[in-house]
Write a protein that binds this ligand. Structure first.
Ligand SMILES: Nc1ncnc2c1ncn2[C@@H]1O[C@H](COP(=O)(O)OP(=O)(O)OP(=O)(O)O)[C@@H](O)[C@H]1O
Ligand SMILES: [Mg+2]
Length: 246
């Protein structure tokens, strides 16, 4: 059996005295979409930032394509194909749309291929193409999310991590976004997806994990998790859910 593309083994992370992740173990097989769910403060963003190398772990290991990367600096992880679409998109609004896209390709030397890929992004998102030389601040939230996804794709991800990509988007953009996630995955991209939109995330994922206060409390098939009352509990921060009468 081949190694999973990403394996997080007994990972712990603290911010000073705040334990953000405790003994977290997650496997992402090549070609899968794995959803990580959980309430605010559960540790979801910390997980992605630690896999990326932007936050230091205090225990445990991270393996990418079978190799330990725990000690590897962030730029080498990105160069190896670990790419993050960050929370809140983090588009540079004082740069043009095209300049934002080029940031995604900054580690690449194959400029002709990059150019072709940028044109392909413009074909897919005419709203970006029409305004490529305008400042990114002119884009709507949904368009900015598409720009963030386009930028991430230009980094040639082998693992694309997305931190709450649907946050603040209109229902129309949310369904476009999830169509895009499914399409990228059908083309072979492995995706680690953080979402508060539990229903949408479980509908596209092959596997799902629920974090609560930095620990994995549920781990399994999306269809089973969707039925599990503990999923609701995790969103209530571990409080005992009220019985719904009727
Ligand atoms: N830079 C930081 N310094 C100190 N504590 C932090 C820092 N970032 C996160 N934390 C704390 O670590 C815990 C996990 O935060 P994290 O942002 O990973 O959660 P999250 O699941 O992504 O939450 P949200 O759904 O609100 O984005 C929280 O208690 C948070 O307050
Ligand atoms: Mg977060």
């Amino acid at each position: 059996m081949s190694a999973p593309l990403l394996e997080v083994a007994n990972l712990s992370v603290s911010y000073g005295r705040v334990a953000a992740l405790r003994d977290v173990t997650i496997r992402v097989e090549q070609g899968q979409i794995v959803a990580v769910l959980g309430a605010n403060g559960a540790g979801k963003s910390t997980l992605l930032l630690t896999v990326l190398g932007a936050v230091k772990s205090s225990g445990g290991d991270i393996y990418f394509a079978g190799e330990p990367v725990t000690q590897r600096p962030m730029h080498r992880r990105v160069g190896g194909g670990i790419v993050l679409v960050p929370e809140g998109r983090q588009i540079l609004i004082s740069m043009t749309i095209e300049e934002n896209l080029l940031i995604g390709a900054h580690l690449r030397k194959d400029t002709k291929v990059v150019r072709r890929e940028i044109e392909a992004i413009y074909d897919r998102f005419p709203n970006l193409a029409n305004r490529k030389d305008h400042l990114a601040s002119c884009l709507s939230g949904g368009e900015q999310q598409m720009l963030a996804v386009g930028r991430a794709m230009l980094a040639r991800p082998r693992l694309m991590m997305m931190d709450e990509p649907s946050l603040g988007l209109s229902p129309l953009f949310i369904s476009r976004l999830f169509d895009l996630i499914k399409e990228f995955n059908r083309d072979g991209l492995t995706i680690l997806l953080i979402e508060q939109n539990t229903g949408k995330a479980l509908s596209v994922a092959h596997h799902a994990v629920v974090l609560e206060l930095g620990r994995v409390v549920l781990d399994g098939e999306p269809a089973k998790l969707a039925q599990d009352p503990r999923l609701q509990e995790a969103y209530l921060g571990g409080a005992t859910p009220e019985k719904i009468s009727g």
